[in-house]
Ligand binder design. Structure first.
Ligand SMILES: C[S@@+](CC[C@H](N)C(=O)[O-])C[C@H]1O[C@@H](n2cnc3c(N)ncnc32)[C@H](O)[C@@H]1O
Ligand code: SF4
Length: 474
């Protein structure tokens, strides 16, 4: 107990020493806390318009090629978590999952055919969800074999799968893990969210704290090398003490690292989770902005003190190579992405596309029956989009490599963003040397708000966010 109090006091003191007021006074934070705009990709999804597969595949051979990585989406889950905004289906029967796998394979084949490739080269792979480990033993084997049939994994540096604890338990759980490991899965990222059973129940999760511990043991037994967990802070009724205890438990686990997510109450994609109803009914049970800041800093401080470093924004690991290669490749390598499955997105040779996101799955199936990949929205990137994206994504997630930027765009970072960088450096949120530009320790606290400053103003849902920048830069 004393440890918890000591940690909180230390975090408060460290926070007080940071010039948060200076950042606030600079005007880069939106006046209203509700106007939080997470920077997930660039250009943002709000700029996508109707599109079908023609845009992504036309003149494919003549467009400049980049390295490709693979995303595969499995939409099934054991329960619907209150906070989740993803497109998911719960309690699906085994036959329904079989049908989805049939269509997933058809979509992989459609990509290969349209790209004129025998196999899709995958420099890293992420199987996300939903809950990919919802598949039963036979389906897991079939799915793994399918991936090896259609993707070239000889170039893959990391094969990562998202999981939920209960789906990894018992003999079946172990067998699924063994099959995945046997097919090259190195890394599992497991949704844990909290170590408090009452919060887990309130979140609508089916697993308990003990299930988490047992699932980690199972993964180790199955020789999964790289285990990550997801935790959420700023959850309703979660006190600072509870969060501190969670963090102190996390750093003692036999894992390589973890992702710390601040609860997002509002959707950023097509679906709004039920959490908004709780927020509208009882906003008082949600931690306020100052408490959220304290929780965030506790997460960073306890991690650093125990040898977990924030190598990617909100991703903490003991060793840098254990971080998500998929995220590193698309945000810093600025690679192309082949995404298959309902609600997945792709990025091929200058065109972004988003797949249909219907929970019934019928629109997804209908498009594939027409021999089309399941795209319904997208954006052909302009030169302005490229100049900004190649800076925004690495800045938000890791650091901008100036020579790589020049290689990709033919122009220097200073020529494009020199004035903005200088201004944000005076506020103390950005640092640079001859080789890199990165968010300072203070800047990482406001990663979304700082990176938003580099957006095209027409792409902002809250244009006043850049007013301060306009004034400062004249
Ligand atoms: C797509 S889920 C996959 C993990 C798996 N389905 C599970 O939940 O066990 C990836 C992670 O996103 C995070 N997440 C989902 N919704 C969130 C929200 N509204 N706010 C913050 N984090 C969220 C959770 O930590 C979750 O584990
Ligand atoms: S958090 Fe994970 S398990 Fe829960 S509904 Fe979302 S994707 Fe499914």
């Amino acid at each position: 107990m004393r440890t918890v109090e000591t940690q909180i006091a230390k975090a408060r003191a460290e926070l007080a020493a940071m010039d948060i007021e200076g950042v606030r006074a600079s005007g880069i934070l939106p006046a209203s806390g509700s106007k939080f705009f997470p920077v997930i990709g660039y250009p943002p999804l709000t700029m996508f318009s109707d599109m079908d597969q023609q845009a992504i595949f036309q003149n494919f051979d003549s467009r400049p090629a980049r390295k490709t990585i693979a995303y595969i989406h499995i939409p099934f889950c054991p329960s619907r978590c209150t906070f989740c905004h993803w497109i998911t289906k719960t309690k699906s029967k085994s036959e329904e999952v079989d049908v989805y796998l049939d269509y997933l394979e058809k979509e992989m084949i459609l990509y290969k055919t349209n790209m004129g490739m025998e196999k899709i080269p995958a420099h890293s792979v992420l199987i996300g969800g939903g809950t990919p480990t919802y598949l039963n033993v036979e389906q897991t084997l079939r799915f793994m074999q399918m991936i090896h049939r259609h993707y070239d994994l000889s170039v893959c540096t990391q094969f990562s799968v998202e999981a939920e604890p209960r789906t990894l338990l018992g003999d079946d759980g172990f067998e699924k893990l063994r099959i995945m490991q046997d097919h090259g899965v190195h890394r599992i990222s497991m949704g844990v969210q909290s170590f408090d059973d009452d919060i887990l129940a309130y979140m609508g999760r089916v697993h308990t704290h003990q299930d988490t511990l047992d699932a980690i043991t199972q993964m180790r037994r199955a020789k999964i090398e790289n285990i990550f967990i997801d935790l959420i802070y700023a959850y309703p009724n979660q006190s600072v003490e509870m969060w501190t205890r969670n963090m102190l438990q996390a750093v003692e686990l036999d894992i390589e690292g973890y992702q710390l997510y601040r609860l997002r109450v509002k959707q950023h994609g097509d679906r709004q989770g039920n959490i908004i109803t709780q927020f509208n009914k009882k906003p008082d049970v949600f931690p306020d902005a100052d408490t959220i800041q304290l929780m965030k800093h506790l997460g960073i401080m306890i991690s650093e003190d125990h040898g977990f470093h924030e190598y990617q924004t909100r991703i903490f690991a003991k060793k840098e190579n254990d971080i998500s290669h998929y995220l590193r490749d698309w945000c810093c390598g600025l690679t192309d992405v082949v995404g298959v499955g309902v609600s997945s997105w792709s990025n091929l040779r200058g065109v972004f596309t988003l797949n249909v996101g219907d929970t019934s799955l019928q629109t997804y199936y209908d498009l594939i029956d027409q021999r089309k990949v399941a795209i319904n929205r997208g954006k052909i990137r302009t030169n302005d989009d490229e100049l900004r994206r190649n800076f925004i994504l690495p800045l938000k997630n890791m650091k901008v490599d100036k020579s790589y930027y020049k290689l990709l765009t033919g122009i220097t970072v200073d020529e494009v963003f020199g004035a903005e960088i200088e201004w944000l450096a005076t506020i103390g949120v950005i640092e640079q040397n001859n080789d890199y530009v990165w968010l300072s320790k203070l800047g990482r606290f406001f990663a979304d708000e700082v990176t938003t400053q580099f957006f095209n103003h027409d792409y902002l849902p809250f244009p006043e966010v850049v007013d301060a920048q306009k004034q400062a830069l004249g």
